[in-house]
Design a binder for this molecule. Structure first.
Ligand code: UDP
Length: 235
């Protein structure tokens, strides 16, 4: 398979065409942004760690019957994925109050939620990814009702698989963001699953091992990402 021209450059990844129209080549960057692009920086080693961690999680999900876009790793920071027409909705799953939810509802960060919360955000840089509900998604034709029901079901399954797997590695899955798309009409989980898009806290110390170290200037950002990789793979 051949890597062809770049189709799109995002904040954390570049997407290239390949000689197979059904496959994209993804390159994970060390660049980091937060607060809708207002904060910018570089985290050395992040591209490789996020590529490896995402590949690990996508394989784990596949083994647990959750289909996704991952095909194969190509290098330390590159993977090949199935091409998706992305649905412009970010799906956030939350087990513990943190970040924007803690702020919006006046909850202390770290409060265990009595039941899992699924939220939807409209993917729009101009609007700053506003929170939307299922009616908005239907009214704006962002996804069909049966697609949305499927998305919610997959998101909750991903939560069950990841939460249990991470718990065995002494990590709490606080919350995470997923994106979905269509490949030949089939709904598939896409994007990435990494410390950029999830909150992981050490079970005992509650130390943050994710992008909040960058967002909040807590230091040791690369070390935190490396620690997640080490707990997953032992490497
Ligand atoms: N998240 C993400 N991309 C975004 C916004 C959020 O990956 O554009 C992830 C974030 O890393 C966290 C979860 O979604 O794991 C919930 O984020 P939250 O709404 O609390 O937003 P934040 O506090 O990051 O502004």
């Amino acid at each position: 398979m051949e890597k062809k021209e770049m189709l799109y450059e995002g904040k954390a990844k570049k997407i290239f065409r390949t000689d197979n129209p059904g496959l994209y080549w993804v390159e994970y960057k060390d660049d980091a942004t937060a607060f809708n692009g207002l904060k910018k920086g570089t985290i050395s080693g992040k591209g490789e760690l996020n590529n490896r961690i995402s590949a690990y999680f996508f394989r784990l999900l596949k083994q647990n019957g959750i289909e996704n876009h991952f095909v194969e790793e190509k290098s330390a920071r590159e993977m090949v994925v199935k091409s998706l027409q992305i649905i412009p909705v970010e799906v956030v799953v939350r087990n513990v109050a943190a970040g924007s939810l803690a702020k919006r509802l006046g909850l202390e960060e770290g409060t265990l939620l009595s039941s899992t919360v699924v939220e939807y955000y409209y993917k729009s840089d101009e609007l700053g990814d506003p929170l939307i509900n299922e009616d908005h998604i239907r009214a704006l034709n962002l996804a069909a009702p049966e697609q949305l029901a499927h998305i919610r079901e997959i998101a909750l399954q991903v939560n069950d698989v990841l939460r249990a797997h991470l718990a065995e590695r002494n990590l709490d899955l606080i919350d995470f963001k997923l994106e979905f798309g269509l490949h030949d009409g089939e709904l598939l989980l896409g994007d990435e699953i990494s410390p950029d898009t999830c909150r992981f806290w050490d079970k005992n110390t509650r130390e943050k091992l994710d992008k909040d170290r960058f967002r909040r200037d807590l230091g040791d950002v690369e070390e935190a990402y490396r620690e997640v990789y080490r707990r997953l793979t032992g490497r």
